[in-house]
Design a binder for this molecule. Structure first.
Ligand SMILES: Cc1cc2nc3c(=O)[nH]c(=O)nc-3n(C[C@H](O)[C@H](O)[C@H](O)COP(=O)(O)O)c2cc1C
Length: 201
């Protein structure tokens, strides 16, 4: 049965509808999405991340602020996220400003993580060259040994990034896939209001 995506009044209703269902349908990484950025010389780049929180404010994921994505997202404070559900034939595209989330929230999330993930986040100079796998493992082990029995604090270079939507597009395939007349509804922020429009597929 076709889902009438034009009946959603807000983008977050659409997100909750598809994401709640995705968690029932997909065991592994239903929260995986692409985050896109543009380098200072105009080259686009995209990579997979895991969405950890979604609210009216936006989509939050965690990463290294000094990674390629960190640098690119913050150089113009604009980011893009694309979530796709193969199981439901749906996609959600989000465009908006990016910000670091409040450091207390990053601390909270960091402390909830597995210790090995805390060590990785602490030692990884994400997106920079590393000499070898052995060098990486050695750095990990040295950090683990040096912090044996101690709490690992969140490093300043690691935390949450929120993409705060100014435009959200919801795409849904129709049952009659072959016509390619799929549904596209866009929510665009205009001052304090959100305008809903339909796009040609
Ligand atoms: C399923 C999956 C989930 C991932 N989740 C994250 C994540 O939440 N945060 C992150 O920094 N990298 C994550 N990665 C790794 C990124 O895709 C990427 O390799 C890394 O962040 C470096 O990207 P950059 O060099 O563009 O900054 C994930 C990769 C995959 C395939």
């Amino acid at each position: 049965m076709n889902t009438d995506i034009s009946s959603f009044n807000q983008w977050i209703e659409a997100w909750n509808h598809f994401y709640d269902k995705e968690k029932e349908l997909v065991d592994l990484d239903p929260n995986a999405a692409l985050v896109s950025s543009v380098s200072s010389d105009g080259k686009p780049n995209a990579r997979v991340i895991l969405i950890k929180d979604v609210s009216q404010e936006g989509f939050t994921f965690y990463t290294n602020y000094e990674s390629q994505k960190g640098k690119e997202l913050f150089h113009n404070s604009e980011g893009h996220l694309t979530w796709y559900s193969r199981a439901q034939g749906a996609s959600i595209r989000v465009q908006g400003k990016v910000e670091k989330i409040n450091s207390n929230l990053s601390d909270e999330y960091f402390s909830s993580r597995d210790r090995n993930a805390q060590i990785s986040a602490s030692i990884s100079k994400q997106s920079y060259d590393v000499d070898s796998r052995e060098a990486l493992d050695k750095e990990f082990q040295e950090f683990a040994d040096a912090h044996e029995g101690k709490e690992i604090k969140r490093p300043d270079h690691w935390g949450g990034i929120i993409i705060m939507p100014s435009r959200v597009e919801v795409w849904k395939s129709r049952d009659d896939y072959k016509t390619r007349l799929h549904d596209r509804i866009v929510f665009t922020q205009s001052n304090d209001a959100w305008i809903k429009t339909r796009l040609y597929p």
